[in-house]
Ligand binder design. Structure first.
Ligand SMILES: [Ca+2]
Ligand SMILES: [Ca+2]
Ligand SMILES: [Ca+2]
Ligand SMILES: [Ca+2]
Length: 552
């Protein structure tokens, strides 16, 4: 695993070869994960459906609702009811879920577009922000996978809009999170849907002992947003709000980024600050620190090309000037890579994660026609772009087993059976949810173990318990892997809980944490293949042991 730093400088040399990455046939040296679809056997039978308001959305929230640390799944249903599935999977075994009652009135669980988990009131139980066509909900976690609609108590006006995006951050000095709500077309406005984007909102908590969102601000102009993400793009310690917008419906709009500075009204980044005009069918945002330098790159899904934005090194790092490196890195994913449909793709959820535990981030993109748009691929399989040592990505979706004829929407890459290998849940439009268990490295003679791994959970006291905004920096051998804890992005989908990091062959690692207030922790030395809990201020990391595998 040596020499990665040197290779980072060699990316430009690969530009001419990138087109070879378009098909799922390029040999790869890295392990290809065997992702086995087992939703029905696991007990999940759920479909996101509905008319054109539900062409978008189809989110999943993956988080632990019953305090056993296994991530449970809340699935948006559109005109079908949203459903919560409790995760009963044995460690390292087949996935197993059971549908559970949330304690929420049935009428509140229809018209759900997506959901994001976060602990709003800081009681140690995950709450859920539910995005709907109509009134949005904040659901307070009560334990044992039960919830309560808390809109009234938290003065959260769910509005009436068609809500499609969300992000949250803890601003300095505030006890509760600031919430960003992204809306799509205002269907009631004259001339709808063309050019009638509803306003997005920024909800800052009022001072006090309980969350109070009674004084929201509008984010104007708004351009029919399909994903938002608070992100510390310049390492200033103050996240900005990136917004990706659907040019299908806006007029004169573009991609956006807002200054959200403590105590000040939100303000758009402007061309004079370096922000470049970009107009895409923006569907999803993913961020990752691909170069270990603290500056995130952003994958933006769209119809046709996926964009991969990196700060332009010819500009100052305090100016948000981005260049698109999707082509040289092989992640444009502009057309289906298998199945023979040559029309352009439609990309939705994007997420960086290490699916094969080689220490290199991979990129998952869910794909699927809006409905039956004739100029775009009808058979449009999801992508799994495997990170390579030379910093490029290679498509292995078909070989990994995820190239299903379903219209993908929201998704989550998360370890569902606590074996250190990332599993994958994909919500599909008008088709059953796909649930993939990662069985290990797919070899001609069977599955083999993947590389080593860590899963890390951070805990702070008093406020922002789950350390949203923290950076986890893991050093193993000569390599450093960084992850940022964020709430937002993807397509209408969020996750919380352990953060997964692949370690390759390294058997131990050193973890440092940059807490959300900017303070760096000391170094925690840990052994690979463990679930690690780091509590701020404690000298040592703790290991958490899942139930021993009983019946594999
Ligand atoms: Ca659980
Ligand atoms: Ca809570
Ligand atoms: Ca990888
Ligand atoms: Ca797993």
């Amino acid at each position: 695993m040596t020499g990665r730093a040197l290779l980072a400088g060699a990316v430009a040399l690969w530009c001419g070869l990138a087109s070879a990455h378009a098909q799922d046939a390029t040999p790869v040296a890295n392990d290809i994960p065997d992702l086995h679809e087992e939703a029905v056997a696991a007990g999940i039978d759920h479909t996101y459906a509905g008319p054109w308001e539900f062409f978008v959305g189809g989110g999943v929230a993956a988080f632990d609702c019953n305090s056993d640390r296994l991530p449970d799944l809340f699935l948006a249903g559109g005109t079908n009811p949203a459903e919560l599935y409790r995760n009963d999977s044995p460690t390292g075994g087949a996935l197993k879920f059971e549908k559970v009652a949330m304690g929420i009135p049935a009428e509140d669980l229809t018209h759900v577009i997506g959901a994001y988990p976060l602990d709003i009131d800081g009681d140690g139980l995950m709450d859920l922000v539910v995005l709907r066509l109509g009134r949005n909900l904040v659901l307070k976690g009560k334990g044992d996978c039960r919830f309560e609609v808390e809109n009234g108590a938290w003065a959260f006006d769910g509005g009436r809009d068609w809500t499609t995006a969300f992000s949250a951050t803890w601003e300095k000095g505030l006890k509760f999170p600031t919430l960003a709500i992204g809306n799509y077309v205002d269907r009631m406005a004259p001339g709808a849907p063309w050019g009638t984007c509803a306003d997005n909102q920024l909800m800052r908590p009022a001072p006090g002992d309980r969350p109070d969102y009674s004084d929201p601000a509008v984010l104007r102009p708004s351009y029919c947003s399909l994903s938002m993400l608070f992100t510390d793009w310049n390492q200033s310690g103050v996240p900005a709000l990136r917004v990706t917008n659907d040019r299908q419906y806006y007029r004169g709009g573009e991609e956006q980024m807002w200054h959200v500075d403590s105590g000040k009204p939100p303000r758009l980044y402007t061309a004079s600050e370096g922000w470049r005009h970009l107009s895409i069918y923006g569907m999803g945002i993913a961020q990752a620190d691909l170069y270990g330098n603290g500056y995130p790159v952003y994958a933006l899904t769209s119809m046709g090309d996926t964009k991969l934005q990196q700060l332009d090194e010819e500009s100052d790092t305090d100016r948000p000037v981005y260049k698109d490196i999707a082509y040289p890195l092989g992640v444009t994913a502009a057309r289906p890579y298998t199945g023979g449909d040559v029309r352009p793709s439609t990309g939705w959820h994007s997420q960086f994660a290490d699916f094969n535990n080689d220490g290199l981030l991979d990129l998952f993109i869910s794909k699927g026609n809006v409905e039956s748009m004739p100029d775009f691929a009808a058979d449009d399989p999801d992508n799994l772009l495997l990170g390579q040592w030379d910093k490029t990505f290679t498509e292995v979706g078909a070989r990994a087993g995820i190239a299903l004829p379903r219209r993908g929407r929201g998704a989550a890459a998360i370890d569902l059976n606590m074996d250190g290998m990332l599993d994958l849940v994909v919500v599909n439009r008008e088709a059953p949810v796909s649930l993939f268990r990662n069985l290990g490295a797919r070899m001609s003679w069977g599955d083999q173990p993947l590389g080593n791994w860590l899963e890390v959970e951070l805990v702070q006291s008093a406020t922002n318990l789950n350390a949203v905004g923290a950076r986890i920096s893991v050093k193993a051998g000569n390599d450093t892997m960084d992850r940022t804890i964020a709430v937002g992005g993807g397509h209408a989908s969020g996750q919380a809980g352990f953060v997964h990091i692949g370690l390759g062959t390294a058997e131990r690692a050193e973890i440092r944490v940059r807490w959300p207030d900017g303070e760096w922790s000391h170094s925690y030395r840990v052994f690979a293949n463990n679930f690690v809990r780091i509590e701020r201020g404690k000298p040592d990391a703790e290991y958490w042991l899942p139930e021993p595998p009983a019946s594999r």
